[in-house]
Design a protein around this ligand. Sequence first.
Ligand SMILES: [Zn+2]
Ligand SMILES: [Zn+2]
Length: 306
Amino acid sequence: MKAFPFSSLACRPGSSGKQTSANQKVTPGSTGTTGILPYMGVSVSVLASGSRGNSAVVETSKTKILVDAGISCRETFKRMRALGEDSRSLTAILLTHEHTDHVYGLPALARRLRIPVFMTGATHQTWARALRDGEGQLPSLERLEIFSSGKSFQVGDIDVTPFTIPHDAADPVGFTFRSQGVKVGFATDLGYLPASVRDHLRRCEVLVIESNHDLEMLRVGPYPWSVKQRVMSRVGHLSNDALAEFLTNDYDGEAAYVVLAHLSEHNNHPEIARGAAVKALGPRQTLLRNRLMLALQSEALEPIRL
Ligand SMILES: [Zn+2]
Ligand SMILES: [Zn+2]
């Protein structure tokens, strides 16, 4: 595991407003504010999800990672503020791939925050070429960190494992994050779920997973045929049915929360996606396991605290 030098990257003074206690009992789904003990677990906040921008925050009391930067800098800050989060305490930005709905806000966020930006070499090359200016000058990132898919690394007290996903980008990845015995998985923008991805998603406490489209809505919907083919392809997006197949046949049922993400606004309906997942999870949905949430395009979800 490669450890990046993060000793100087602790939250800036006063930015998180949180103190830690080593003895706090962490219960999945608890608010973490039991009695006078402050919250110190792992938390996941989806700021935006969908084809108009994706962004989420995975954090501990020491480390705050922005996963993708697909909404503007201003909107990222606004949504974090709405959740009571201080964007100045972000530790790093991690990118899954270079599609606009995952990088749109990156240049401004990197300039403003001056924190390390992590992506694969191929993602960086493709992103930089796309943003080349009139004179052919490539955009520069003050603090670029290159990782390789399949090789874990550390950001503060969070272990990050990037894994390859099938999608039509240069070198797309999903992530698992591990800290304090809690594992969080992110897998969106993928045409199907290969065995390797299914393996990475085992034993997650929070599973943020794509439920992009209803096949029938996509078939009869407004997209040109070429786009429909792309979405449906093995390097496109995961359908409600494909996710349901995974949840029924392969998923270990261990997550406290399953978050349906990257829902298409044209080719899906939240209640259709929810219905397919509820049916697939069946009796495994309980008060403590497999609570279902739908990530939204228009506003941030309440933070999930573990
Ligand atoms: Zn996307
Ligand atoms: Zn994409």
